[in-house]
Design a protein around this ligand. Sequence first.
Ligand SMILES: Cc1cc2nc3c(=O)[nH]c(=O)nc-3n(C[C@H](O)[C@H](O)[C@H](O)COP(=O)(O)OP(=O)(O)OC[C@H]3O[C@@H](n4cnc5c(N)ncnc54)[C@H](O)[C@@H]3O)c2cc1C
Ligand SMILES: C[S@@+](CC[C@H](N)C(=O)[O-])C[C@H]1O[C@@H](n2cnc3c(N)ncnc32)[C@H](O)[C@@H]1O
Length: 657
Amino acid sequence: MNPELDWTEQGAPRSLRFGDVYFSAENGLAESRHVFLESTELARRWREEARPDFRIGELGFGTGLNFLACRALWRSLRSQRQTDQLHFISIEAWPLSREQLRRALAAWPELADGAEALLSVWPEQPGHVLQAHWPEDGLRLSLHFQAVDQALAALRTGKAAGMDTWFLDGFAPARNPQMWTADVFHALARLSRAGARFGTFTAAGRVRRGLEQAGFRVEKRAGFGRKREMLRGELMPPQPDHTAPWFRPAAPGRPERVLVVGAGLAGSATVYSLARRGVDCVLLDQHPHAAAEASGNLAGAWYPLLSQDLNPASRYSLRAVETLQTRLKELDSAGIAVEGQRCGVWLAARSEQAMTRYARIAEEPALAALGLRFSSDSTPYAGLALGPGLWIPGGGWLHPPGLCEGQLEWARHRGHLQRRFGATVVQLQALPNAWRVSLDDGETLDADAVVLCSGAVPAPWLNSRYLPLRPARGAVTLLPDAGSDLPRCVVCHKGYVTPAVRGWHSVGATVDNRERDTHVRPSDHARNLHALSENLPTLAAALSGSAPADCQGRASVRMTSPDRLPVIGPAPHWAGWLEDYADLRRGSPHSRYPPPQWQPGLYYNLGHGARGIAGSVLAGELLAAQLCGETPPLDETLIRAVHPGRFLIRALRRREL
Ligand SMILES: Cc1cc2nc3c(=O)[nH]c(=O)nc-3n(C[C@H](O)[C@H](O)[C@H](O)COP(=O)(O)OP(=O)(O)OC[C@H]3O[C@@H](n4cnc5c(N)ncnc54)[C@H](O)[C@@H]3O)c2cc1C
Ligand SMILES: C[S@@+](CC[C@H](N)C(=O)[O-])C[C@H]1O[C@@H](n2cnc3c(N)ncnc32)[C@H](O)[C@@H]1O
C-alpha cells in the first residue's frame, strides 16, 4: 500500500496518514547526517574497527534518504575503512511508489547516483522483502515491507546476525506510537550485537525510558535545526536482571495434583491446560454442574479487542483469540464439537471518532493477517444495512457452557479430571509443601497447588485491597428468532447481538457496577432493547416483536479489574511484599530489592471481565506453563500486565498504601 503524500514547496514529502514530515523541512540530508551518521560515529567506527561486516538496522525506510546518505559516506571512506561489507536492513510498512520515490529523491542532487541505483531495483509491486546487492561497493540492502513488530519478530536472532547500529526513524512518537513500543525496544536489544549504537531524532521521555529499560545507555544530544534535543546511545553488556524483581517468576516443582476452584470458563480452561501436561486435577464447584454462573449464557461473542497502538489489553486479546481458535480445533479433532459459529463480527461505528479509529485499525499493517475491512456498508457482512463499521472475519459466537464442558470432557477422557461438584470451598489452608481446601460438607482435600478460578463469588482469601477486582452485574436479553436469518454475523455496538442460537438472539449486555444480584429485571430488557434501537435501529426493527416485559434473559456477574486485564499468575505473599518493597514509596531504585516471596503453590485465574471466552483459554495456558516451569506463552510485558502483584506495586509507587 503506497502512502498518501502531500509535498512542501521545497519538494519534501509529508504523510497524510500520520500528519508528519519524512525529514526536517530545514534540510533533510543535513539532519540525516547529524542524527544518524554522526551520532552513531559511523565514520570513526568504520575506520578504527576491523570487522568482517557491519550491519545497520533502520525502522522506517521512507524515502531512503538515510540509506543513501549512509551509502555516500561508506563509499567515500572506501580506502580508509577496516570493514568491507555493509548490510543495511530496513523496515517499511508503506513503501513509496516508484514515482513518489523519484520525486522525493530529486531534491538531493549530490545523492543522484545512489538514487538511480535505488530506483533501478525498486519494485513496481512491493513483495515481502526487497534484496539488493551492489558487490562493487560491498553493499547490501534488505528492505522488509512489513509492520515493524512483524518484521522484527521475523528477523534472525543471534549475535552474529545482530545489528551494529540502529536508525530509529519512525514518525513522531505521539503520531506513530507503534514504532516506539516497549516490545520494539526489547526487540532492538535482542537483535543487536554487543555495543550496538542507536540514533534517533526524538528526545521523548517515553522513548528514552523504553530504550533504557531494554538495556541501552541513552544520552541526550543537541538536536538538528530547531529541535533542541535528540537521543543516541549504546547497548550495555547484559546486567543481572534487577528490573522489577517482584515480577521474577516463581520456580515451582511440577505439580502432580492440582485443586481448581470454580468450574466456569477459567476453571475449565485451567483443567484442560494442566491435563494436557499430564497433571491430575480436582475441579470443585458449589453448583451441581459446570458453567452455572457468569459462564452460563446461551451465547457469547468472541473477537479480538483492537487498538491502534496495540496496547497490552489488545495484545492479550489478540493472543487469546488465536489460542481459542487453536483450542476449538483441538477439541474438534478429538471429536468434541463446541456449539458456535465462526461467522465474523461487525463492529458498528456509531460516531465520527469511531469511524476514523476503525478505518485506521483496518489499515494497520501489524493487523493485516486478521483480514479486517472498514466499510461504509455492512450489508455484505451482516446481511442488513447498519451504517459504517469494521468487519472482523476471525470472530463469532459460541455457547460458553459448551466450551467449558468440551474442555472438561477432553481432560476426563484422558484420566486427569475428577469433579467434586455441589460443594462449596469454605477454607483454604497452606500446609508445608501442600494446600488443603475444606468443603462445606466437612470433607478436606489436599494437593500440591490450588488455582482459584472463582469468578465473582466473594471469598475471605481474596484480599480486595491488593486484588482490586470489582463485580459488574450484567443481563442478556433473549429475543425470539424472527426467521429472517439476520444478522448473519455477530453485531457489536456498545453491546452485541448474536445470530439466532436455538431459536434465540442474545442481545447484551447491561453493566451494573458493584452489583451482584442475579435476578433478571424487566428494566434489564428495556435497557438492552433501548441501546439496540438507539445504536442500530435497522437491526432493532428486524428483531422487534417482544416488549421488554415478555422478554426472557439471564443475569450474572463478571469481575473486572481497574486496568481491564485479567489477574493470572502466582499469589504474592502480601505481607512479605509490603515489607520488602516498602521503599518503592520513596522511589528507591530496583537493584535494592529482594526477589519476591510467594504463597507457594497458590495461583489466581480471575477478572476476565467481558472477554472471558477467549481470555480464559490463554489464561489456562499461561498458568499451566507457570505451574510446570515451562516457557510461558506470553512475552514478559504481557506476563507483567496480568500479574497478580501489579496492583500492590502500583499502589506502593503512588504512595497509596
Ligand atoms: C451478561 C454477561 C455477558 C457476557 N458476554 C460475554 C461475551 O459475549 N463474550 C465474552 O467473551 N465474555 C462475556 N462475558 C464474560 C464472561 O462470561 C466471563 O468473563 C466468564 O464467564 C468468567 O468466567 P469465570 O470462570 O472466571 O467465572 P464464573 O463463570 O463465574 O465461574 C466461577 C465459578 O466458581 C465457582 N465458585 C466460586 N467460589 C466458589 C467456592 N468457594 N466454592 C466452590 N465453587 C466456587 C462458582 O460457582 C462458579 O461456577 C459476559 C459476562 C456477563 C455477565
Ligand atoms: C520519518 S519517516 C522515515 C524517513 C526515512 N528514514 C527517510 O529517510 O525518508 C517514518 C517511516 O516509518 C514508516 N512507518 C510508520 N509506522 C510504521 C510501522 N508500524 N511499521 C513499519 N513502518 C512504519 C512510515 O511509513 C515512514 O516511511
